[in-house]
Design a binder for this molecule. Structure first.
Ligand code: SF4
Ligand code: SF4
Length: 222
């Protein structure tokens, strides 16, 4: 899922300074799963913002909505009726959903209520860890289903780096497993250690986004 987390409340209050009618809009999909932008979070944040602004001498009317998916135009269209009644929108969706809302309601200022952080799984209650960096050239088949792009601090193609701690954690973060150690262990368990001996060449980074915005075109779906 796409994972996000609330921006600090003072930052949210500062962005709404001067606005009188605000649409606070959530998304019932990924950001709901990671407890950042679903209906529950929208209904929790609205009174917090209202009270925070009141403390600063500003009265604000906050209208709340939660869309099934903020990244799909047909769901965003559900805001068309309410948009003329507000002078700003704050979105709790991921950066994708936010931009779709911003494009559709171009005359209204759009403020992010969350920071989009990663493509991650919920590893345990309250802990999400990244699994994919959407690099555009998946190599999971070579690394026994473990992604070094998203999960190695140096995104090494050939690891481990030599800095792995004695307890198997990453040298960059003592709370994170060295993913290359896990890759080696998995290869060993499968009797395929020799697969890791060959040096992987430079990855094709041309699809990673560093060369400009990514675009996917499927002629069969057009
Ligand atoms: S190799 Fe690339 S596409 Fe595959 S999981 Fe890792 S970041 Fe995602
Ligand atoms: S210790 Fe492991 S995970 Fe950390 S940077 Fe080195 S190879 Fe990558």
């Amino acid at each position: 899922m796409i994972v996000a987390e609330w921006k600090p409340i003072p930052e949210l209050l500062a962005s709404l300074k001067g606005h009188k009618n605000v649409l606070l809009v959530g998304c019932a999909t990924c950001v709901a799963e990671c407890a950042a932008g679903g209906e529950r979070e929208v209904l929790t944040l609205a009174p917090v913002l209202k009270m925070g602004l009141k403390d600063q001498g500003q009265e604000v009317n906050i209208i709340t909505r939660t869309l099934e998916r903020q990244c799909e135009p047909e769901f965003v269209e559900e805001l068309a009726e309410i948009a003329p009644q507000v002078d700003a929108i704050m979105s709790l969706a991921c950066g994708i959903g936010m931009q779709l809302v911003a494009e559709r309601f171009i005359d209204l200022p759009l403020y992010p209520g969350v920071n989009t952080t990663s493509l991650a799984i919920r590893e345990q209650p309250g802990l999400w860890t990244a699994r994919c960096a959407a690099c555009g050239d998946c190599m999971l088949g070579e690394t026994f289903g473990l992604c070094p792009v998203a999960r190695c601090a140096k995104s090494l193609m050939n690891g481990p780096c030599g800095g792995t701690r004695k307890d198997g954690k990453c040298e960059v973060d003592e709370n994170t497993e060295c993913i290359w150690r896990l890759i080696v262990e998995r290869a060993e368990a499968k009797g395929r250690l020799e697969d890791l001996v060959k040096v992987r060449p430079s990855k094709n980074w041309s699809n990673s986004g560093h060369g400009g915005p990514k675009r996917m075109l499927r002629e069969d779906l057009r």
